[in-house]
Design a binder for this molecule. Structure first.
Ligand code: AMP
Length: 546
């Protein structure tokens, strides 16, 4: 027998409608190049409706993918709601990727319309030159008409100013309702190997996730909070926080492209931020600035930190400044937050501290296990296993790729960890061969392929080495061909123009031979065990770098 309760499809547009109606005066503050911009949620919803009308005029149909290359600003929030709310799919593209990867993503997603920041004009020109002819119809620069940049694009591509698009519309638009399982956003991740892979969220997954994020033992946003997401909206929807904020009526303070420690600290203070989120390297930058000027935080109370492991020293330093860190873990494939480290009662202080420093406990709505072979490992705080996930906001696979879950429906994360008796998970290793530097992925395979293209190299492996600022940096380990010579500098120069500058390895280690397993596969785990501390050791005066 069915119950007698009202039923509606879960729609992302409902978040902004709710915010406009019940938190009309809560605001979005954006740090733009021209200064601080403010607008209310009521204005934001109206502008999103105008944008939805404009999208229709640009020929965007339900299910079409629309690309953004944008910083965290009110305009990006409008794009999130207008694109998804009008039944199209917002494809947020990471501008820090190499132009070839950006072009791959836009081509793979088949985006016909691209919204881009003015400062990305040269990047847009480079990327468009790599796209199949005729794919892109319109580039909209996120600016007023008078600020439209000069950019040389092939004929047939319209270049428009965002504000001019909105000015042409009256906002007389009704948000459509449709199947809640419809795609809402498409984010590409480096996944495990090879080309970026698309994770396709739905209205339903996003709604459930955003509501779960607002639970008290998750991020627990409130209408009195002022949230600064320093995690980019081009990376996994800024951990769903812009969605969670509109549901809670929390004001958003958007840092734009100003992500250095000094700018973030100023914005936190000037805009009375109470909650912030981002990767550790960003908060290390803020901490360095705060220490330099001997300041404290007047309003900041809590901070969600994730994307890479939060260093213990950083946790303590912020606690001493009166800021409580919530350590969070997840991945693009899990929208991303799956666990958060909030305290539990009834444990001794040492356990409480260990738990706070761990990656945390799972949110209701997803489940987590660690396995060895096909068996789940015990929650004994010692036995490690491969972490797998399932739940309402976990991907079944990648866009245009066969399903990626295990036969019983669990998603392999590529992370390795242990559970304690309370279900807190501590990540101990990563089985995927990727390097995560300052929150950005670097493909070890790409680095190895380039090294292998050098005439002196017999075999190469790129691994993640620990780094005090960037968490991980790539280090290349190479064996030379008999009789061949190449210096460290020559090899590093060989990467110029082949990968983004920040993806070039920090160091090269020359060995006679690389270790291999029984099937002839490179034993990356052995190399990680041997060289993970290479950069830390090399920086200690007097220590010899392996
Ligand atoms: P992404 O898909 O780019 O969000 O990256 C997800 C991956 O980042 C995870 O599978 C982990 O390897 C890593 N990661 C995310 N959060 C944490 C964390 N709190 N501690 C350690 N690693 C993390």
């Amino acid at each position: 027998m069915l119950g007698l309760m009202q039923y509606e499809q879960l729609m992302i547009s409902d978040f902004i409608v709710h915010a406009a109606r019940h938190h009309a005066r809560a605001e979005i503050v954006s740090h733009l190049a021209e200064g601080i911009h403010r607008q209310t949620y009521r204005d934001t919803e109206l502008r999103a409706r105008k944008l939805a009308q404009a999208l229709t005029r640009l020929g965007v149909k339900p299910g079409d993918r629309v690309a953004t290359l944008a910083w965290n600003t009110h305009r990006h929030v409008e794009l999130y709601f207008a694109i998804s709310g009008s039944a199209a799919v917002v494809n947020t593209v990471n501008p820090r990727l190499a132009p070839g990867d950006i072009a791959y993503i836009i081509g793979h997603a088949e985006d016909h319309v691209l919204f881009a920041e003015v400062d990305f004009a040269p990047l847009v020109a480079d990327v468009v030159g790599r796209l199949p002819a005729g794919l892109l119809r319109t580039v909209v620069f996120l600016c007023a008409a008078h600020a439209l940049p000069q950019v040389d694009l092939p004929s047939g591509i319209d270049v428009v100013a965002y504000e001019a698009l909105l000015e042409a519309e009256d906002g007389d638009y009704g948000w459509p309702r449709f199947d809640e399982r419809s795609a809402s956003a498409l984010c590409y991740t480096s996944g495990t190997t090879g080309r970026p892979k698309g994770v396709l969220y739905t209205h339903r997954s996003t709604t459930l996730k955003a509501m779960a994020m607002n639970a008290a033992d998750a991020c627990g946003l409130r209408a009195v909070d002022r949230l600064m997401p320093a995690v980019p909206m081009f990376h996994v929807n800024a951990w769903s926080l812009p969605y969670a904020a509109t549901i809670a009526g929390t004001s958003l303070v958007m840092p734009g492209r100003f992500l250095d420690g000094e700018s973030l600290y100023r914005l936190i203070e000037d805009e009375r931020v109470t909650f912030a989120s981002g990767v550790p390297s960003v908060w290390l930058g803020v901490l360095a600035h705060v220490r330099k000027i001997g300041a404290r935080f007047s309003t900041l109370q809590r901070m969600a930190v994730g994307g890479s492991a939060c260093p213990e020293s950083m946790f303590d330093a912020y606690e001493a400044l009166g800021v409580n860190i919530i350590h969070a873990w997840g991945m693009t494939e899990s929208s991303p937050v799956a666990t958060l480290s909030n305290p539990v009662s009834g444990v001794d202080p040492a356990t409480a501290r260990r738990q706070r420093l761990s990656q945390g406990r799972v949110l209701f709505g997803v489940d987590l296990r660690a396995t060895r072979g096909s068996t789940e490992v015990p929650w004994d705080g010692e036995t490690s296993g491969d972490i797998e996930l399932r739940g309402h906001w976990v991907a079944t696979g990648y866009y245009k790729t066969p399903p990626g879950t295990t036969p019983d429906g669990w998603f392999p994360t590529g992370d390795v960890g242990v559970f304690d008796a309370n279900g807190f998970v501590l990540l101990t290793d990563r089985s995927k061969d990727l390097i995560k530097s300052g929150g950005e992925w670097i493909s070890s395979i790409d680095l190895e392929n380039i090294a292998m293209g050098h005439p002196a190299i017999a075999e190469a492996a790129a691994i993640a080495a620990k780094h005090p600022k960037w968490d991980e940096r790539p280090v290349l380990i190479v064996a030379l061909k008999p009789g061949a010579t190449v210096t460290r500098e020559e090899l590093l120069d060989f990467y110029a123009g082949k990968v983004a500058r920040w993806a070039v390895p920090d160091d090269v280690i020359f060995v006679d031979e690389l270790p291999h397993g029984a099937t002839g596969k490179l034993l990356k785990s052995e190399l990680r065990a041997r060289y993970a501390d290479h950069l830390v050791r090399a920086k200690t005066p007097g220590a010899s770098p392996d």
